[in-house]
Design a protein around this ligand. Structure first.
Ligand code: FMN
Length: 326
């Protein structure tokens, strides 16, 4: 039976080289997370059996909370890719209509689909025929600031069989400098017949509470902050029931746990790059973030990253323990 989106869902965003098994398991250990998107995987590559398929398809330790995200530049590979993963017991499959990295756009994937609404609806119809689990899409506003066009695009997807969608309310190609347009999330949430998850710039409980109240989405998706503070979902859930809720965090212990999970679950070829990608965000928890980030980036392997962390904490021991309340 198809699972439905939990109410006030807290969702981990898909992020290339970040939302793999190791980060997901770390976050699930803190609790509070309802759904976790994988990083986008190419439908065509999955059908062609790339060497690291098993890493992208690892949905453990809780497959029932996992949404596989796919991107494709043309419709043909998608049904086969969905069939290939149909026995994995995951919550759902998501189609990427939001990525506007230049190489993805140029090849016709990600946000390029939003320029061709009928083709995009056709893709969802095809996916619906091949996938009985939850089917969702993640989008941006589109090429220009035009709510009517976005709404018509979404109507087409819903009619084609979409179960929910996530809006990251920035224009195609817009970087993170300006904040997202949550008024778009509010309008879509109130006007579409399917749940809308809002995403973008949520850094803490206050941000979550503000946009849940003002935009009334079905859930909130968090990306970068989950790499900075993997306990963010647990903190939000705790604060929701108890305004005085706090968490004691040992930054050394969390970092070491993450590095151990990377070594345990990711292929050796990915250890250094995935560890550095995460630590680049995680370093923000420390007083001398820039200095520490540079030292992590210069480390040659994970054992060297552990040494960097301990050398830093021997210089700045007061950074190790943090009380988190927002
Ligand atoms: C490093 C990185 C990789 C990303 N990879 C993906 C991806 O694979 N698929 C996708 O739909 N969005 C991707 N995104 C966008 C995020 O899912 C999310 O929409 C964006 O970061 C805004 O949310 P945030 O402000 O909570 O980080 C990526 C973002 C970052 C920073």
């Amino acid at each position: 039976m198809k699972a439905t989106l939990p109410s006030r869902a807290l969702v981990l965003a898909p992020m290339v080289a970040l939302t793999h098994r190791a980060l997901r398991q770390l976050i699930l250990g803190f609790g509070g997370l309802d759904l976790a998107f994988t990083e986008m995987a190419s439908a065509a590559a999955l059908l062609a059996h790339t060497p690291f398929d098993s890493c992208y398809l690892d949905a453990d330790p809780q497959p029932e909370r996992v949404v596989y995200q796919f991107y494709t530049t043309r419709p043909e590979p998608l049904p086969g890719a969905l069939e290939k993963v149909s026995t994995r017991g995951v919550f759902g499959a998501d189609i990427n209509f939001g990525c506007s990295a230049p190489h993805i756009l140029r090849s016709g994937g990600g946000a390029a689909w939003m320029r061709e609404p009928e083709k995009a609806a056709g893709l969802i119809r095809l996916a619906r025929g091949a996938w009985s689990g939850s089917l969702s899409a993640k989008l941006r506003i589109g090429a220009d600031d035009d709510y009517g066009r976005l709404k018509a695009f979404c109507d087409g997807l819903v009619e084609a069989g979409l179960d929910f969608l996530t809006l990251h309310p920035r224009l195609e190609g817009q970087k993170f400098r300006r904040t997202g347009r949550w008024d778009y999330v509010a309008r879509l949430s109130s006007e579409l017949p399917v749940p809308v998850v809002g995403n973008g710039d949520i850094r803490n409980y206050d941000g979550y509470a503000r946009w849940m109240a003002e935009a009334r989405p079905a859930g909130i998706m968090i990306g970068r902050e989950a790499a900075r503070r993997p306990w963010i979902f647990a903190l939000i859930r705790g604060r929701e029931t108890d305004p005085a809720f706090e968490m004691d965090i040992d930054l050394r212990e969390v970092a070491l746990r993450f590095l151990g999970l990377v070594e345990e679950f990711l292929p050796p070829e990915y250890h250094e790059s995935r560890a550095k990608r995460f630590l680049g965000y995680y370093a923000d928890n420390f007083s001398f973030a820039h200095h520490l980030r540079t030292r992590f980036q210069n480390a040659i392997d994970i054992p060297a990253m552990r040494i960097v962390l301990d050398e830093y904490l021997s210089e700045v021991p007061e950074d190790r323990l943090k009380v988190e309340s927002n």
